[in-house]
Design a protein around this ligand. Structure first.
Ligand SMILES: Cc1cc2nc3c(=O)[nH]c(=O)nc-3n(C[C@H](O)[C@H](O)[C@H](O)COP(=O)(O)OP(=O)(O)OC[C@H]3O[C@@H](n4cnc5c(N)ncnc54)[C@H](O)[C@@H]3O)c2cc1C
Ligand code: FES
Length: 277
């Protein structure tokens, strides 16, 4: 049993909880995730380690309330317990000093890109952040990303804050600047986490420029130990398991259409039980 010690509403239906899980906090690395089971009747859902404090033995999880389990999680309060937390899972993001890294997060994916941006910065890279949301009210962690990144660009789909458009528009602006300039160069790496259409669009753009791009995939995961096969994806024509082979993969090799289809596999069942938690 793991105690929730703090809860914060970051935006409409996006919540951060701080949970006491000393063993996970001790080993956590950027890019990893946990699987939680709320109570004895609960299902397993994966959530990224958004932050951790080794000394206090706590981890932060940031989740969007999209269905049965995340809605139920959103109703827990400080003092309540989560029955099981398994982790840290997945390979940590490969972080090296390589030069300039553009870290892109969309929606709740901003929570997931934040620790990765911090790790690239701590490794001595120049980090440019691009974060995007549907509107100003849904934008999270702007302050933390500003503290971490050398430069930060923000987009909103509806133009209610900063640049109107998608993260790919801000990325293209940066590429256009490089194209016209004699003293700036293209980034050495682009790292991206967000909804599948966003990761796909970023990947298509960077492929045209030959820029290495890593995406953190979010297939449906059940056991998260490589045994059930529910998280299988196709990368470079080969079947991989998101949970044990990823979640990070070379974006230019990912079959995003298949991933999108597989994420909708249980849509009818999910819609049926939404709101019943
Ligand atoms: C490695 C990884 C890290 C993730 N990190 C975060 C995070 O930090 N914050 C966050 O808000 N979300 C994260 N997700 C997505 C999160 O797991 C789903 O939103 C959650 O499982 C939805 O469950 P639900 O019962 O509330 O909704 P449901 O109505 O059951 O599902 C809504 C949608 O969520 C996805 N989903 C459902 N079940 C799973 C599952 N077992 N595994 C993966 N996706 C599922 C499907 O696309 C589905 O259509 C992550 C997913 C993965 C694979
Ligand atoms: S979640 Fe079961 S194999 Fe990856």
């Amino acid at each position: 049993m793991f105690k929730i010690i703090c809860k914060k509403e970051l935006a409409q239906e996006i919540t951060q909880i701080t949970v006491e899980v000393p063993l996970v906090a001790k080993k956590a690395k950027a890019g990893q995730f946990v699987v939680i089971i709320i109570d004895e009747r609960g299902e397993r859902i994966p959530l990224t380690l958004a932050d951790w404090d080794k000394d206090k033995g706590t981890i932060n999880l940031i989740f969007q309330q999209v269905g049965f389990t995340t809605e139920k999680l959103g109703r827990l309060n400080p003092g309540d317990y989560i029955e099981h937390i398994l982790g840290p899972l997945g390979h940590p993001t490969e972080v090296k000093k390589i030069g300039t890294v553009i870290c892109i997060g969309g929606g709740v994916g901003i929570a997931e890109v934040y620790p990765v941006s911090r790790a690239f910065k701590e490794a001595g890279n120049r980090v440019i952040g691009i974060i995007g949301s549907r509107s100003k009210e849904l934008l999270i962690l702007e302050d933390k990303m500003r503290e971490t990144c050398d430069e930060l660009f923000i987009t909103t789909d509806d133009g209610s804050y900063s640049r109107k458009g998608f993260v790919t528009d801000a990325l293209k602006d940066l590429f256009d600047v490089v194209e016209k300039s004699t003293h700036t160069k293209y980034p050495d790496l682009v790292y991206c986490i967000g909804p599948v259409p966003m990761m796909k669009a970023v990947s298509e753009l960077t492929k045209n420029y030959g820029i290495k791009t890593i995406v953190s995939l979010n297939p449906i995961m059940v056991d998260a130990t490589g045994m059930c096969g529910s998280c299988r994806c196709t990368v470079g024509g080969k079947t991989v398991f998101g949970c044990v082979d990823g979640p990070d993969f070379d974006a230019h090799q990912v079959d995003f259409e298949e991933l999108e289809k597989r994420l909708k596999l249980f849509k009818n069942q999910e819609d049926k039980i939404k709101g019943q938690s």
